[in-house]
Design a binder for this molecule. Sequence first.
Ligand code: ADP
Ligand code: MG
Length: 255
Amino acid sequence: MSTALRTTGSASANPTQTTQHAGSSSTALRVEEVVLTYPDGRGRVTAVDSVSLTIERGRSLAVTGPSGSGKSSLLAVSATLTRPDSGQVMLQTPDVLVDLATIDRTRAAELRRTEIGIVFQQSNLLDSLTAREQLEAMAWLGARPSRAARHAARTRAEDLLDVVGLGDMAGRPVGALSGGQRQRVAVARALMGKPSLVLADEPTSALDSESGAAVMDLLLGTTRDLGVALMLVTHDAGLAARCDEQITVVDGAVV
Ligand code: ADP
Ligand code: MG
């Protein structure tokens, strides 16, 4: 893999800033005592029940458990998509330590562009865009990019499509790609912003076993090589076993 794609080992962008750390120096995500409830009739249902976990850079954590146990809710909290009722969700980026449980929507959107990559079961791609355009669009979502930034985005998009084995397909509309290929584009897109953290929710469960295995290889390989922390939500024990660490949740709590 080209060194240009690596996110590890880069010096902190601002040497004058005193950087706190989320625990061990390589901890990317530290979830502390997180509780999330949803309204349920006149009461509340507890979807995440006092969960704590950490993921180091370059390491993977599988979250398993039965349907309805709170896996997706835990991922959504870690992804800034849902704010927990209580607890901390500390993300350590190369520059800053931030509690995702307290930030506003604008900051959350910015972090999802730059520090948090998300892969869902469905790839959520725009069929009319080419594979390369899907990735480049990530760079256009923020401020209007300069010419140099556009060029850098194109280069990174092409490099990432090479990494996921789709270099030849960069100019194809994703509507013409297979399910497995689309999910590989989604993995590349999640890596586009040089994230510290990638969160994947059942990323292979809509795929046949062969292309699912290829997407898993890719997710585990790229995040390890790039020094990205990976949270993989899966109900598949075989996939979970491929991760560095595993937790199981039942009724929202780690068992
Ligand atoms: P899993 O991903 O393990 O299947 P979820 O996190 O989707 O579990 O759901 C955990 C619990 O929270 C379930 O009881 C589910 O019905 C409930 N739940 C999930 N999302 C919502 C929501 N948006 N509103 C109300 N209840 C929800
Ligand atoms: Mg789920």
